[in-house]
Design a protein around this ligand. Structure first.
Ligand SMILES: [Zn+2]
Length: 400
């Protein structure tokens, strides 16, 4: 892909990431590359930059100890979730495959101050509280949105989110017209188990919302869960005759939050915040490490991967994952090791060799693609890869 395909920088709606390259390259802080020419420095300059600036987890980085590097590696793999959560996973011993790794992760779990992740600094920074302001959670009110919901499907909070620029479709070559691309989506957050599901939307309307709701119902049916009640705000997508008729047909009840009372639908609102911050961190991480192919239009894939990870990673309070609680099916935690850093390069075996045919002797045996998550429709270990040549997203088995 050439430099014009990189759209993470140079867009008014998206924070520019050019500053990071400037920091790495010892240029003055705040230096911006002219967005009319190219979003990034020339290729030769980037190659020189890469020589001087190895990855944080590289063996040549002497500023971080080995346990700190291991902590960062797993943090990158598992969708930039909190360092404390990774340390908890290390203590459970579910991410180690050998005694050496176990010893390394045991040392990493004891670190009191974890290393900082560059992508997280870009993606998750928030306002500081004013001096003298203290925010405390009232223990009696904590988890009020989820009170009295005990079973999967008992209450499901739904909400609509938007994202700009529009995201590419998953079943095309990424060359569709702009008005056909994803404009946003609908989140379904189960109150009892914190299980999340998203449906992507090209047009946010009552009819399309009903379509993604039907997909959610089908997913629930596959897991033996019966959705009983939905909570939403007063958006026109939910307060229309189509959606209400659909709910009535399935004998599902609908509870509306008061106008402006976003806290009533807090589970869905919080879910949107969490998946957005994780997807943003993954997109920025990919852009920092492989700027040539970074594309913000891949956000639908990043969001789906973020939801998948959040559902599968066990929670520190219970030791159970949202997926396990919602589906009441076992999910071997060893499968967490099958996730890779979102946006990393993967090498896919040439289709001729995969089909037992021969290739000329000196021709490459594989092609370089981008890892964009694991397939939901295939086995857990089948990664989804984005072809750099065609732009097609496929599930591949013969990958490294
Ligand atoms: Zn991070």
């Amino acid at each position: 892909m050439n430099a014009t395909s990189l759209k993470l920088a140079g867009n008014n709606k998206v924070p520019s990431i050019t500053i990071d390259y400037c920091l790495n390259s010892e240029l003055p802080i705040g230096h911006k590359v002219d967005p009319n020419e190219t979003a990034l420095p020339p290729t030769a300059y980037k190659a020189e930059l890469k020589k001087r600036q190895p990855a944080l987890t590289s063996p040549s980085n002497f500023n971080l100890s080995e346990p700190e590097k291991e902590l960062l590696r797993c943090h990158h793999k598992l969708g930039h979730v909190a360092i404390r959560r990774i340390q908890w996973l290390f203590r459970q011993g579910i991410l180690a495959t050998s005694n050496k790794e176990r010893r390394l992760q045991a040392a990493a779990a004891k670190l009191t101050c974890g290393p900082l992740c560059t992508a997280c600094q870009y993606a998750k920074q928030r306002r500081k509280t004013y001096p003298g302001t203290v925010k405390r959670v009232v223990p009696q009110e904590d988890g009020g949105c989820k009170a009295n919901t005990l079973f999967p499907g008992q209450e499901i909070a739904i909400d609509i989110f938007y994202a700009r620029p529009r995201g590419r479709l998953l079943n095309t070559f990424g060359k569709e017209a702009a008005d056909q691309k994803y404009k946003g989506g609908c989140i379904f957050a189960n109150c009892a188990t914190s299980f999340l599901h998203i449906g992507l939307l090209s047009n946010v309307s009552g009819h399309n919302t009903t379509t993604v709701k039907e997909e959610f119902d089908k997913m629930c049916q596959n897991h033996g869960v019966v959705p009983q009640q939905f909570i939403s705000d007063n958006g026109s997508e939910f307060v229309n005759s189509d959606f209400q008729a659909h709910l009535e047909q399935l004998q599902q009840s609908h509870r509306l939050a008061g106008v402006g009372a976003h806290h009533s639908n807090g589970v869905a609102e919080r879910g949107i915040l969490t998946i957005m911050s994780i997807a943003r961190a993954m997109l920025h991480h990919a852009a920092l490490h492989w700027p040539d192919v970074a594309d913000v239009e891949l956000w639908p894939l990043a969001l789906l991967h973020a939801v998948d990870l959040l559902n599968k990673i066990p929670r520190t309070e219970t030791g159970w994952s949202a997926y396990k609680l919602f589906t009441r099916k076992t999910y071997p935690y060893s499968k967490l090791r099958e996730f890779h850093v979102w946006g990393c390069p993967v090498y896919v075996l040439d289709s001729h060799l995969a089909n037992n045919k021969k290739l000329p002797r000196w021709q490459p045996r594989s092609g370089r693609h981008i890892y964009v998550g694991n397939s939901k429709t295939h086995s857990h270990s089948i990664p989804l890869v984005l072809s750099l040549d065609t732009g097609k997203i496929t599930a591949q088995y013969h990958v490294v």
